[in-house]
Design a protein around this ligand. Structure first.
Ligand code: ADP
Ligand code: MG
Length: 378
């Protein structure tokens, strides 16, 4: 188990005088202001943007409506991005108003710059770091890989304005990380355990943090980081701006948001449901081996009425062939795919399945992703 931060002194925030800081930088673009409520609603609907909370700002529809300074616009152009992703359209105005934000959108939807670009504006509006100051923005992330990815994005977009960053994670030498921290960095991207280590040994401090991001909050909780996260957040001034990004929105993430965010506004892309897999219904049948085939046929009967594709996973190549034979004899359009088949045949089978000409596929785990399947039977 990693360091729980028992060595950190707790801060009595109630009796600490906090200096005022700026966190609202948002000026709504004229074109956004000119839209009717119906147009805004329609835009959100087409992008599957759902919002919750008090006074949620309107989404933007293009990069130039955000009001980003030229140093960020030129970095965006350099990336060759055409339009903001749905989460960016809504999260940028939300983050730039200085509000506490929950943003839920699936992996690959562009969440990183949703929080990283507003972080740059936030940092540029704060007094310069003095010797001994810790970072202004802290991004907590579950893994080293993710911390490094976030750091790369921050470097891409922050270098024009000389915003420095470092990634602090376990499993790597501390020396270079300590050096970065002590040289002064505006953004720290950290996994919880190593950050606590750096705090306890006073290599850095969180006294200047006014912009806190928890990225992949769901994954951090799955990995058991909750005690560390609580310890870290307790070291940060309570009037900070807090943003939580997650691919899913289960109960434990909601609880964390309720504990750490104030008067929060929320955006979900796709669905307001509680978990990522809201559109997956799981049916578990407990039965003997002897009953399996009848149950299988019963499910196939039901499913076939919907014209859907079915992927049946089996443990062995032999069972795959047996079931395929059994189903074909019964008149079902089934084909098998497994490691004993030649690549050419596997490709052909997958082609037939994807095209819907043979909508039942029996497979060992050689096939799993990208098949556009509606039903999985294990
Ligand atoms: P997430 O954190 O939601 O999983 P990322 O922030 O890692 O997603 O972004 C996924 C990829 O999309 C990255 O390669 C990123 O550079 C790219 N990307 C981000 N925003 C845009 C955009 N507006 N247009 C095109 N690509 C984008
Ligand atoms: Mg991400």
């Amino acid at each position: 188990m990693s360091n729980l931060g028992g060595g950190l002194r707790s801060v009595d925030w109630a009796s600490t005088k906090l200096e005022h800081f700026e966190k609202n930088f948002y000026i709504e673009d004229k074109r956004v202001a000119a839209l009717s409520d119906r147009e805004v609603e329609e835009f959100r609907r087409t992008k599957e943007i759902k919002v919750q909370g008090r006074n949620v700002p309107r989404p933007v529809m293009s990069f130039d409506q955000v009001g980003f300074p030229e140093y960020l616009m030129s970095s965006i152009r350099a990336q060759g991005f055409d339009t903001p992703t749905p989460i960016q359209c809504q999260a940028w105005p939300m983050a730039l108003t200085g509000r506490d934000v929950v943003a839920i959108a699936q992996t690959g939807s562009g969440k990183t710059i949703s929080f990283a670009l507003p972080a740059m504006l936030h940092i540029n509006a704060q007094p310069l770091l003095a010797p001994g100051d810790g970072p202004i923005a802290l991004v907590l992330a579950p893994t080293r890989e993710l911390a490094v990815q976030i750091q790369q994005e921050c470097t891409k977009f922050g270098s024009n304005s000389r915003i420095r960053n470092t990634a602090i994670y376990g499993g790597a030498p501390k020396g270079p990380q300590i050096r970065d921290l002590q040289r002064g960095v505006e953004i720290v991207i950290a996994t919880p355990g190593r950050l606590i280590d750096m705090l306890e040994t006073q290599k850095t401090n969180l006294r200047r943090i006014t912009y806190l991001v928890m990225d992949e909050a769901d994954r951090m909780l799955d990995m058991g980081f909750e005690p560390q996260i609580r310890k870290i957040v307790s070291q940060i001034r309570p009037d900070r701006q807090t943003l939580m990004f997650s691919a899913t929105w289960p109960k434990d993430v909601q609880k964390l948001a309720n504990d750490f965010l104030r008067d929060m506004i929320q955006v979900n892309i796709g669905s307001m449901e509680l978990t990522a897999n809201h559109n997956i219904q799981q049916i578990v049948e407990v039965c003997s081996d002897f009953e399996k085939r009848n149950k299988l046929i019963k499910h196939l009967d039901q499913i076939s009425a919907e014209n859907a594709k079915v992927l049946i996973f089996v443990a062995t190549k032999r069972v795959a062939d047996d079931i395929t034979k059994y189903l074909r004899q019964d008149g079902w359009p089934a084909l098998a795919i497994h490691g004993d088949k030649e690549q050419r045949e596997r490709d052909w089978v997958l082609g037939e399945f994807k095209a819907g000409r043979s909508p039942i596929l029996i497979a060992t785990d050689v096939a799993s992703r990208g098949l556009g399947t509606s039903y999985f039977i294990f």
